[in-house]
Design a protein around this ligand. Structure first.
Ligand code: NAD
Ligand code: WQD
Length: 344
């Protein structure tokens, strides 16, 4: 069988690198396109250590149309997984134009090049942030979308609109994945979340406090209408999330008709509170996480978790890794970072 070549934009990043590992393990050839604006080239060596294969790498800012055209002329691509984007909610509020320019121009450049080069299968990274605070839980793909809470969230909403409109009039098979909260790391401890900016998401803050890199964790809000008063999210292991992309490629390949557009929630369907996460981390890893209870963080939704029935049925995909694997792999990664790599 001829090997398929998958273009993974943003493949040096957190979710992208885990997906590249799963793709290589499943026999795909991979080309990563990334400008390394939030990742490091050394991840390519780690991917090689895990899989035995070093993925091809094309360093490019995908907002640069000339470079995108060069990318497509250099490699014969069969399908695209488009991760590349800026993702900091707070930064997007401070610099909205940069977020609209980066996330939308890079997407449009890639779609245009895909159409010109007859690449018909396209998987896109969207986010549960498009739901805002839904009226009913769990959210399904049919739950009405709320106005975005941030320019970042709005870029995901607009990106979905762009892809849907383009797929209506072009022979493209588009799969949009709305991720809930990705956490954890590869079981090898060789790749994980390794951004250039100090992280602000819950899990990396927990691991940094446990490792002594930060004094304490602020639990944002304890007066929510939830069992322990803290916010509830649907955390998903990054390896399960990576596998959803492989299932999406197969789904796109088997899609009937000239074009298709499908949206899927990718989570576990289970809501976990902030305090539950901290306690599980402490218990499973045998370490303490110094934390203090503080006021709510502006913009946080109280609780959100998704129904994954559609992905389970249509993608034939299920989340297999539980909270224990999430917290243990995140801790293993943090320890390997502390021992072998520069700190962030
Ligand atoms: P990440 O920052 O680790 O990875 C994104 C990668 O894209 C980085 O390697 C970065 O260098 C690259 N990149 C950014 N702008 C680029 C550009 N203009 N040209 C080329 N490369 C560029 O982020 P991640 O957590 O792996 O997220 C991947 C995707 O998933 C993003 O689209 C993000 O919005 C989406 N997402 C992430 C989460 C999350 O919590 N991590 C949740 C929902 C959706
Ligand atoms: C989770 C919970 C915090 C840090 C964001 C984006 C979303 C998506 C995922 C990309 C919340 C609490 C956190 C801390 C805390 N990204 N928390 N102390 O806010 O659900 O989603 O990342 O698409 O778009 O908005 O994730 O990990 O920041 O927070 O108490 O130091 O942990 O209040 O309840 P969030 P998070």
């Amino acid at each position: 069988m001829i090997k398929q070549t998958i273009l993974v934009t943003g493949g040096a990043g957190y979710i992208g690198s885990h997906t590249v590992v799963q793709l290589i393990n499943e026999g795909y050839d991979v080309v990563i396109a990334d400008d390394l604006s939030n990742s490091r080239e050394e991840v390519l060596d780690s991917i090689q250590t895990i899989t035995g294969v070093k993925p091809l790498f094309f360093k490019a800012d995908l907002c640069d149309k000339t470079l995108v055209n060069e990318l497509f002329s250099k490699f014969k691509i069969d399908a695209i997984i488009h991760f590349a984007a800026k993702k900091l909610v707070g930064e997007s509020v401070e610099q909205p134009l940069m977020y609209y320019q980066t996330n939308l121009n890079s997407l449009m450049n890639i779609i245009e090049a895909a159409m010109q080069n007859n690449v018909l299968k396209f998987v896109f990274s969207s986010s549960c942030s498009v739901y805002g605070q839904p009226d009913t839980l769990p959210v399904t793909e049919d739950t009405p979308l709320m106005p975005a809470e941030s320019p970042y969230g709005n870029t995901k909403k607009i990106s979905e609109d762009i892809l849907r409109d383009v797929s209506r009039v072009n022979p493209m098979h588009v799969v949009v994945l709305r991720y809930f909260n990705p956490v954890g790391a590869h079981p090898s401890g060789l790749i994980g979340e390794y951004p250039l900016n100090p992280p602000s998401n819950l899990m990396p803050v927990i691991t940094q406090v446990a490792a002594g890199k930060r004094d304490s964790l602020s639990v944002f809000g304890t007066d929510y209408s939830t069992p322990d008063g803290t916010c509830i999210r649907d955390y998903i292991h990054v390896v399960d999330l990576a596998n959803a992309h492989l299932a999406s490629l197969q789904f796109a390949a088997q899609s009937k008709g000239d074009s298709s557009y499908e949206t899927f929630n990718v989570g576990t369907g289970t809501g976990i509170s902030v305090l539950q996460m901290i306690k599980t981390f402490e218990k499973v890893n045998g370490v303490s996480v110094n934390h203090k209870l503080v006021d709510r963080r502006p913009g946080d939704v109280e609780k959100v978790f998704g129904s994954t029935v559609k992905a389970n049925k249509m993608l034939n995909w299920n989340a297999e890794l539980g909270l224990e694997e999430m917290v243990s792999s995140a801790w293993k990664w943090e320890k390997s970072l502390s021992h072998t790599k520069s700190t962030i």
